[in-house]
Design a protein around this ligand. Structure first.
Ligand code: FES
Length: 153
């Protein structure tokens, strides 16, 4: 099976037809920036983009994504040069991460939000960023998204 990951064709071999994309990314392709969190599509640590929209890769069979454009945190800067770079800079300025485990997913969700909503309100951020952070970085995530929105416009 061939997948388009970070704008490169990748031949992959799921062990079974239901194997989630996350396992392909981490175990077969070594793209370990995408994290395993809850395994139930809830926490968002495994968030990637499929055709620009955020998607929980731990509950999505890779086989369902043939022909779609998959972007991981490793490819974010290239796939979203405007917002990706601004978000990464804002994340550093606001020192967003604590342990950092959730942050790849947070950045992917934030990039998808800014791609569709260039100046999100607090309510729009709350609605779009459903990712969980056990370290409680939510206020800094929100501030960094607003900072990135200001830099990119
Ligand atoms: Fe630790 Fe979010 S920074 S879980």
């Amino acid at each position: 099976m061939q997948l388009n990951i970070n704008d490169r064709p990748q031949k992959v071999a799921p062990a079974d037809p239901e194997m989630p994309l996350l396992w392909i990314l981490r175990e077969q392709l070594g793209l370990t920036g995408t994290k395993y969190g809850c395994g139930a599509g809830i926490c968002g640590a495994c968030t990637v983009h499929v055709d620009g929209a955020p998607l929980r890769s731990c509950v999505t069979p890779a086989a369902a994504l043939a022909g779609r454009r998959i972007t991981t945190i490793e490819g974010l800067a290239a796939a979203a040069p405007k917002h990706g770079a601004a978000l990464q800079q804002a994340w550093i300025e606001h020192q967003v991460p604590q342990c950092g485990y959730c942050q790849s997913g947070m950045l992917m969700a934030a990039a998808a939000l800014l791609a569709s909503t260039s100046r999100p309100t607090d309510e729009q951020i709350d609605a779009a960023i459903t990712n969980l952070c056990r370290c409680g970085t939510y206020p800094r995530v929100k501030a960094a998204i607003k900072r990135a929105a200001g830099m990119a416009t």
